[in-house]
Design a protein around this ligand. Sequence first.
Ligand code: 5GP
Length: 135
Amino acid sequence: MASIFTRIVNGEIPSYKVAENENYYAFLDINPLAKGHTLVIPKMEEDYIFNLPGDVYAGLWEFANKVAKAIDKAVPCKRVGVAVLGMEVPHAHIHLIPIQNESDMLFSNPKLQLSSEEFVAIAKAINEAWEGNRK
Ligand code: 5GP
């Protein structure tokens, strides 16, 4: 059965998309630790990130780098923090989290409750920065 993230890529489950190319997809985490918390995934289905083929793995980080730069532009933050967990969803993904402090990266923190309008606005701002960086 397709993973929940493959179903998101295929449009079967809605997502707040921030960036996409042929092989990778980035969208807002539905339970964000911070505004702009983004998940970056390969379209290839593989549970464990370190089992991805080398070229897909390298491409994922290159794509995540560009998404992080777009987040940096669109969301006020000191840094974009990076985490890889994969404890919940068995489809490789990188968390990109705009942070002000080290403690903003704690996954035990309460998650933000955002309205769909807020999600749409954040995704739009990051997507515009993403598109702008490509020009
Ligand atoms: P992990 O597998 O890295 O431990 O956590 C998976 C992350 O995916 C969590 O932060 C969770 O909020 C997010 N997530 C799980 N299901 C969905 C979903 O259907 N849509 C979105 N946008 N995020 C999800």
